[in-house]
Structure formats: structure tokens, C-alpha cells
Design a protein around this ligand. Structure first.
Ligand code: PRP
Length: 216
């Protein structure tokens, strides 16, 4: 994915396949507003029910950026170096934690390498959105894979690639607590919200995305 034209083309293709703007936002890793803008620019349309729920895209374009980290993700050596840097931020946080949780899908491989560097156990969480097919997503829960470490009564770190709205990280923190775990910090490659904490859990990010010249 190289530029906005590629994003528009991808959004059009996904809309043609019948995906809603929310699903397109998830697929392209952009906000719903950006997904809406991309679809409108492409001239494609989404389902009528979807359009009714959408606020119109702002005429000046979206207040969002797409983070393409595939140059890192396609190379395990680069991923290892980036994961070492993320692990270092958690080391500086200074807690004695022996469990790292990755958020599927993109956070899983990163968390694996962070856990290796920190010499912790590894767990994974799959957010509810990945199980969603139709109906109310609020009625679904995410899942912790039994192929990896258990969480009950354990302190942990949480790893993902990006924070866009913060919804996924918030859901994961709540799910870990509901499972009896205690998330002490989270780390991502890029935080588009510039958050200091989510649900009382400190957020560390290698990159902070800051909008400048944004009209209020
Ligand atoms: O802060 P949010 O608005 O919740 O968005 C961030 C989430 O979106 C992306 O996941 P995506 O749904 O694209 O799945 P993936 O991990 O499989 O790429 C990303 O990996 C985060 O998990």
C-alpha cells in the first residue's frame, strides 16, 4: 500500500465485495471517517443500512493517516529489531512481568518477538471484531487462545501494532481484567491518538502521530 490512490482503490474493491464502512476501516487500518472518505472518493457505494449510520465524511478529507509498516512486517530481522525497541520501552517501565499478550492478528507476531526479548511467557487475545459476521458486535466477546499461556492471576504487558481509536486496546485491557489478569502497560508501533493511558494502563509507542494545522 503506497499512497492514497491505492487506499481508494482498495476501499472501492472492498465496498464492491459488500463490506460495510466499519469493516473497510478495519481491513485498511484507518478510522471509520477515513474509510467513509475513501469510499466516497472512489465513487463506490456501501449497503444502505451502512450509509444511514454514517456521518458524512468531512469535505476537506479525513483527519487520519494510514500507517503502512509492511517494510518491517515482511522481514523477521527488522521485526526483531523493532520488537527489541518496544521491549526496551517496557523494560524502562520497570515492572517484573512474566507474561506478554499480543492482540491478533498483527500484534501476535510482534508480541512473540517482544516476549522473546523480555523472556516472558506469551499469550494472545483475539478481539470480538474478528468473530463478527452479522448482528450486534456488543453481544460478542473476544477470546484468549488456549495454545498459549493462561492469564489468570498474572500481571502482563500488552502488544499491538497500532492504536487508531483505542477501541481494540480498551477491549483487550477489559478482557484481561475479566479473565483475572492485571495489565500493567501496553506498547504499540504507532499510536494515532497520542494517549498516555487507556483504562489506567500506561501506553508506550515508538511513534506518535500528531496532526498539525488541523481545523478545530
Ligand atoms: O484502535 P482501534 O481503532 O481499535 O484500531 C487498532 C486496531 O486495528 C487494527 O487491527 P485490524 O482490525 O486491522 O486487525 P489486524 O490486527 O488483523 O490487522 C490494529 O491491528 C489494531 O488492533
Amino acid at each position: 500500500m503506497k499512497n492514497v490512490d491505492d487506499l481508494i482503490e482498495s476501499a472501492a474493491e472492498l465496498a464492491t465485495r459488500g463490506l460495510s464502512k466499519g469493516e473497510i476501516a478495519d481491513e485498511l487500518n484507518v478510522s471509520r471517517e477515513t474509510a467513509s472518505w475513501l469510499v466516497e472518493r472512489s465513487g463506490a457505494t456501501t449497503e444502505p443500512s451502512d450509509r444511514q449510520q454514517e456521518a458524512p465524511a468531512s469535505p476537506g478529507g479525513p483527519q487520519d493517516i494510514h500507517v503502512d509498516w509492511s517494510a518491517i512486517g515482511r522481514d523477521s530481522k527488522r521485526m526483531g529489531s523493532i520488537a527489541d525497541a518496544m521491549a526496551d520501552m517496557l523494560v524502562k517501565h520497570g515492572e517484573d512481568v512474566d507474561l506478554t499478550i499480543g492482540i491478533e492478528k498483527a500484534g501476535g507476531p510482534i508480541a512473540t518477538l517482544v516476549a522473546r526479548e523480555l523472556e516472558t511467557d506469551l499469550g494472545t487475545y483475539t478481539p470480538a471484531k474478528h468473530q463478527w459476521e452479522e448482528g450486534d458486535i456488543e453481544e460478542l466477546g473476544g477470546t484468549f487462545s488456549r495454545n498459549f499461556a493462561g492469564i489468570r492471576d498474572r500481571e502482563c504487558y500488552v502488544v499491538d501494532d497500532t492504536i487508531t481509536s483505542g477501541t481494540t486496546m480498551r477491549e483487550t485491557i477489559e478482557a484481561i481484567r475479566a479473565e483475572g489478569g492485571d495489565p500493567l502497560a501496553c506498547v504499540v508501533l504507532a499510536d494515532k491518538q497520542g494517549l498516555e493511558e487507556i483504562e489506567g494502563v500506561p501506553v508506550y509507542s515508538l511513534l506518535q502521530v500528531i496532526s498539525v494545522g488541523k481545523e478545530e
